[in-house]
Design a protein around this ligand. Structure first.
Ligand code: ADP
Ligand code: ADP
Length: 232
């Protein structure tokens, strides 16, 4: 699971400091999907950057499976970051590499030997429903398929947390539905804790077990989905 504890992010120095995240608390248990929704400017991107440890919070902590990752540096930080897989709005695939080669990249960087890489890549593409598309280049795939390759790549190093940052925002409704169905499968089969950041309320209804509403840097409402929907 992932826990954000009193997470605060302030940009700039007083008197011009802007507090974007303000003592934010949020827990996503293993095997569940929490959506974080909020209008533009609410702090969603900043939250994503803190969760992936690309940005260091001003205070507070990011805790994954009980380990506080916030103050790690160097190799230990790099190792910790592998526990958090990320998918973005842009699939981020390398256009001159095939689906299989894209998924293989994190394994190569980690020094996994070729035979194990091949086995793992085949397994990952199968898991996201693209077993027959291993040798296709990104331009030969649909937007939804490219995002699936991105998901396979994000899973390559067996993360315990998956962060989805507007990952369905560029997709048509059908592709969006196939991605949300896949995320639910990953939640159930791998027990991932999935943090699903989006500005699209329709998608939230489809995917999330719980919804956290981000407003002025705080979670103003965090509730099981049905409670949120019941709200007038
Ligand atoms: P969202 O993703 O919900 O639109 P952001 O996290 O991008 O929200 O931005 C939240 C607020 O933080 C905005 O007011 C934005 O101007 C401010 N902000 C974001 N990044 C920076 C930065 N690097 N320096 C200063 N202010 C920033
Ligand atoms: P093993 O590591 O012995 O293969 P696991 O129980 O770790 O067994 O995983 C069972 C299957 O699920 C494996 O084939 C593995 O590829 C897949 N798997 C498990 N955890 C993850 C994860 N976090 N990301 C992607 N795939 C995973």
């Amino acid at each position: 699971m992932i826990e954000l504890r009193h997470l605060t992010k302030t940009y700039g120095d007083p008197p011009h400091a802007t507090t974007v995240l303000d003592h934010l608390d949020l827990t996503v248990p293993a095997g569940s999907i929490t959506a974080v929704v909020g209008p533009s400017g609410a702090g969603k991107s900043t939250l994503a950057q803190c969760v992936t440890l690309l940005t260091r919070p001003t205070s507070g902590s990011v805790v994954v499976a009980g380990q506080d990752l916030t103050d790690l540096r160097g190799d230990r930080l790099r190792a910790a970051r592998r526990r958090i897989g990320t998918i973005f709005q842009s699939d981020g695939l390398q256009t001159r590499r095939t689906a299989a080669q894209n998924v293989e990249l994190p394994l190569r960087y980690l020094g996994v030997v070729p035979r194990d890489r091949r086995r793992r890549v085949a397994e990952l593409l199968e898991r996201v429903g693209l077993a027959g598309h291993a040798d296709r280049y990104p331009h030969e795939l649909s937007g939804g398929q490219r995002q699936r390759v991105g998901i396979a790549r994000a899973l390559a190093l067996r993360p315990t947390v998956l962060l989805s940052d507007e990952a369905t925002s560029g997709l048509d409704p059908e592709a969006t539905a196939s991605i949300t169905a896949l995320l639910r499968e990953l939640r159930d089969d791998l027990g991932l804790a999935i943090l699903f950041i989006t500005h699209e309320m329709d998608t939230v209804v489809d995917v999330a077990d719980a919804v956290a509403r981000l407003d002025h840097g705080r979670i103003v409402e965090s509730a099981p989905l049905l409670d949120v929907l019941r709200d007038p």
